[in-house]
Design a binder for this molecule. Structure first.
Ligand SMILES: C[S@@+](CC[C@H](N)C(=O)[O-])C[C@H]1O[C@@H](n2cnc3c(N)ncnc32)[C@H](O)[C@@H]1O
Length: 248
């Protein structure tokens, strides 16, 4: 299934409203993961990027990229949507970094050209993982890392579509997870835990950690209103995968 055209159209259409709503939170402080803005300093997923060649896969307005560029990484921001890339261009700080239009399914980069490929609800939520993960693995140098977060299968299985929020009731089959219909014919993707392990290992990657970011009680979901208070303190709303390509 080719979801590239519809996903590009969706993100081009919603980019302006999306950034008006979310950028004040996402861009407010550096290196914050996911819907609960949990600091990388606590989760230890990315670590030091100084001097590293870094690709943000589905960078949106580049809130992460501009921070990592300022920290001394050689960053490239890739996104499918020209409207999102225009937002990243406008938001770029004094440290300029290149923006590339492309799809996570068909990365336009040479083999073994990055030390770190990462995203925060980016290309690995919006491209079929069985295509995007091998592409990411291909462009990593040996020893390089793929780090990314996605919604958890718990979140997807408990999501009440008509209400637009997660509940404490299982709503959807866990084993039915794969494609999620988004607005305007667009598609996002989710795998079971076993599905992610098979896709990552199948691409030759070593799984170093599966971080389940857990907000403290009372921590607001500053991104949207999909979670009742403290839902994500009780169940993991997100998965943060930390993997690397073997050195030999
Ligand atoms: C939720 S945003 C992630 C960016 C940023 N971290 C944020 O939270 O706003 C998802 C991004 O993925 C991009 N995207 C969608 N499909 C993609 C694909 N197949 N390849 C690369 N990027 C894609 C969208 O254009 C969008 O900018």
């Amino acid at each position: 299934m080719d979801s590239i055209p519809a996903n590009r159209r969706l993100w081009n259409r919603i980019s302006g409203a999306y950034q008006d709503e979310h950028d004040p939170r996402i861009g407010a402080a550096p290196r914050l993961w996911g819907m609960y803005s949990l600091p990388d300093a606590h989760l230890h997923a990315l670590g030091d990027v100084t001097g590293k060649r870094v690709l943000e896969l589905g960078c949106g307005a580049g809130q992460w990229s501009r921070v990592l560029a300022a920290e001394g990484a050689t960053v490239v921001g890739l996104d499918l949507s020209e409207a999102q890339l225009a937002a990243a261009d406008r938001a770029m700080g004094a440290t300029r970094y290149p923006l590339v239009q492309g799809a996570a399914e068909q990365l336009p980069f040479a083999t073994e050209s990055f030390d770190l490929v990462f995203c925060d609800f980016g290309g690995l939520s919006w491209a079929p993982p069985h295509l995007a993960v091998p592409q990411a693995a291909r462009i990593l140098r040996r020893g390089g890392r793929l780090v990314f977060n996605v919604a958890s299968p718990w979140f997807e299985a408990c999501y009440d579509e008509p209400a637009g929020r997660v509940t404490t009731t299982l709503r959807q089959d866990y084993f039915g997870l794969h494609t999620i219909a988004e607005d305007d014919g667009a598609t996002s993707y989710q795998l079971t835990y076993g599905g992610w392990v098979r896709v990552l290992r199948g691409a030759g990657l070593i799984i170093d950690d599966l971080i389940e970011p857990r907000p403290e009680p009372g921590t607001a979901n500053g991104y949207n209103e999909t979670d009742p208070p403290d839902w994500a303190h009780r169940w993991p709303a997100e998965l943060l995968w930390v993997t690397h390509k073997p050195s030999v």
